[in-house]
Design a protein. Structure first.
Length: 81
């Protein structure tokens, strides 16, 4: 497998270019290639990662009755474009 970053970003496997996606996905892949063989550490403070907050709310809701659980897990507002 060959990773080509000089010119258009390409990954070639057995002579065939592989599809890499577009936009942010492609940019992230390029960033990872430019930092190949290095360990990354992304420090996230407690409460900053939505999946951790959601998991904590799930555990909290399990200990409550259905009516209280419905208020523990609020519906997020729609995202603006």
């Amino acid at each position: 497998m060959q990773f080509r970053v000089l010119g258009p970003l390409e990954v070639v496997d057995q002579g065939r270019a592989l599809p890499l996606g577009r936009g942010r996905q492609l940019a992230l892949f390029a960033l990872l290639l430019l930092n190949a063989n290095r360990v990354y550490l992304l420090q996230v403070q407690p409460g900053e990662l939505d999946s951790e907050r959601f998991e904590a709310l799930i555990h909290e809701a399990r200990d409550q009755g259905p009516a209280a659980a419905a208020t523990t897990l609020p519906v997020p507002p729609p995202r603006s474009a």
